[in-house]
Ligand binder design. Structure first.
Ligand SMILES: Cc1cc2nc3c(=O)[nH]c(=O)nc-3n(C[C@H](O)[C@H](O)[C@H](O)COP(=O)(O)OP(=O)(O)OC[C@H]3O[C@@H](n4cnc5c(N)ncnc54)[C@H](O)[C@@H]3O)c2cc1C
Ligand SMILES: NC(=O)c1ccc[n+]([C@@H]2O[C@H](COP(=O)([O-])OP(=O)(O)OC[C@H]3O[C@@H](n4cnc5c(N)ncnc54)[C@H](O)[C@@H]3O)[C@@H](O)[C@H]2O)c1
Length: 444
């Protein structure tokens, strides 16, 4: 039996950060994954998704500029777009393996399972460890209704070699919003069944309302307040049934109904690691409350929002706590979040309703601004913002943007929140003109 200072289960963002930091301090480290190395973001999430968004953005730009100096229709060749995506994703696992080898980190392939509080079995071997980090990410929530076996996951969607004509998305959050914008611009007829009463419930309702114009223009059929309850195989494909809704025929049904920590294969009972409501019970140092040798990071820990920068942050926090003893707590202030629709919608800090619920005193500024130069030069009809600035301190409490460059500009608001910059600091910054960021002064 081999003994390591640290065993990390997973090979995604959280695993990469924690393993590299602990190894750099001279400790022995092993990582493991049952899928090709690289994790969700690089192989099945953010990065491949955004390569497909690049194609959809091009179509959108050409469409917007029709009659403004651009003529001729462009179209997406789906197989070529997928091949383009693979130029990025295909080399990732090998690069990751080489990087682990170069760092002197041992890499194992296979499902890892605890065999005791300080032991893990993988590839038929048992590894003992002074510390174990659970960085197993998240998986789609199981959907249990008749015909659920016909649903494909986001992993499969991002690998499709051809795009079917009729697509149904179950759920109305990030994945549904992003995939529907890609698929519609690639020529598919898309229907979204959303259980909640609107799309993108984690984003500001006013801004989502402005963005819905784009869904309508694209012909995306969004059906709020509808929970899918059955899928039927017919002679012509699939028939998707939802509460109180007419059934919709589809060639492909995609899971976009949320994700949860991926813990089932771990045998957490053997690890003496407790779980409550499908989540690990962790203390403020991301350490198991029942087994102090075990920490968790990223989507598996589920302490911060399930986003890549949070996984990296958790990885840094856990590395410090392993190397120096529990001394660092995660800090999730000012985590920006973007849904990469076209145009994107972005948010950081408190929403209006959260700020009101906390009883904070703040000045709110919100405007629908398709008449601003940033939108006009792109012939984009969707552009608007909402900002919350605390009275007295002048601190930015929250910022919400929909429209061109929202995905980049939101980072400056995130910077302001994390570093306690004031609205006046933002107004008096010198920002290159004309850029999306040069609108910030007018937003606060
Ligand atoms: C379609 C999609 C798009 C996304 N887009 C964005 C985006 O644009 N921006 C953003 O910030 N976030 C995005 N996310 C979320 C982001 O990808 C995740 O938050 C992030 O990748 C989580 O990283 P992690 O290290 O915590 O886990 P992961 O990267 O998921 O790594 C966990 C790894 O553990 C492995 N594993 C699980 N169980 C075991 C076991 N028992 N034994 C061995 N290995 C195991 C898994 O195979 C997996 O590779 C997206 C997610 C999806 C699904
Ligand atoms: N750009 C990004 O940062 C990005 C992109 C994609 C995914 N992600 C991450 O991945 C996670 C998963 O994404 P997601 O879009 O699957 O989840 P989500 O939590 O964003 O949205 C899921 C939605 O599905 C709905 N829903 C659940 N069950 C349903 C059912 N049976 N019928 C109809 N609707 C149902 C819910 O109302 C909810 O709004 C997100 O939480 C996010 O953190 C991030």
């Amino acid at each position: 039996m081999r003994t390591y200072d640290l065993v990390v289960i997973g090979s995604g963002t959280a695993a990469q950060v924690v393993s590299a930091r602990v190894r750099k301090a001279g400790r022995t480290v092993a990582v493991m994954d049952h899928r090709p190395f690289g994790g969700t973001c690089a192989l099945r999430g953010c990065d491949p998704k955004k390569m497909l968004v690049s194609g959809a953005e091009t179509i959108d730009a050409a469409h917007r500029m029709q009659g403004h100096g651009v003529t001729g229709e462009l179209r997406i060749s789906w197989p070529e777009l997928i091949a383009f995506k693979r130029t990025f994703t295909d080399p990732v696992p090998q690069k990751q393996e080489a990087h682990y080898a170069a760092q002197g980190i041992d890499a194992f392939h296979g499902i890892a399972r605890f065999t005791g509080p300080d032991a893990v079995s993988v590839e038929g071997q048992e590894l003992k460890a002074r510390h174990i980090v659970i960085a197993t990410g998240a998986r789609p929530v199981p959907l249990q209704f008749l015909g659920a076996e016909h649903i494909i996951t986001s992993d499969r969607f991002l690998k499709l070699e051809s795009l079917p004509a009729r697509i149904v998305l179950i759920g109305g959050g990030y994945i549904a919003a992003e995939f529907s914008h890609i698929a519609a611009r690639a020529g598919a007829q898309v229907t979204v069944f959303q259980r909640a009463d609107r799309m993108l419930p984690r984003f500001d309702p006013d801004l989502v309302g402005w963005l819905m114009v784009k869904f309508a223009e694209l012909g995306i059929d969004v059906r709020p307040r509808s929970t899918v309850n059955r899928i039927e195989q017919t002679a012509n494909g699939l028939l998707v049934h939802a509460d109180g809704q007419q059934s919709v025929a589809a060639d492909l049904v995609v899971h976009a109904a949320g994700r949860e920590p991926d813990l089932d294969a771990l045998d957490l009972t053997a690890a003496q690691v407790t779980v409550s409501k499908k989540r690990l019970e962790l203390n403020e140092y991301l350490q198991s409350v029942s087994n102090p040798l075990v920490y968790a990071a990223g989507d598996a820990a589920s302490m911060g929002p399930p986003l890549t920068p949070v996984s990296a942050h958790d990885g840094r926090v856990v590395a410090t706590n392993i190397l120096e003893g529990n001394s660092r707590k995660p800090d999730y202030r000012g985590v920006p979040s973007v849904a990469f629709t076209i145009p994107p919608i972005a948010s950081v800090g408190l929403t209006e309703s959260q700020a009101r619920a906390q009883g904070l005193k703040f000045k709110m500024k919100s405007e629908n601004t398709p008449n601003w130069y940033t939108a006009r030069r792109l012939a984009e009809r969707v552009y608007g913002y909402k900002t919350l600035v605390e009275e007295g301190t002048d601190r930015i409490l929250g910022a919400h943007i929909v429209g061109p460059h929202a995905d980049e500009v939101i980072n400056l608001f995130g910077l302001a929140i994390r570093h306690n910059l004031t609205a006046r600091d933002l107004q008096t910054s010198m920002l290159a003109y004309p850029t999306g960021a040069s609108d910030i002064g007018s937003m606060v």
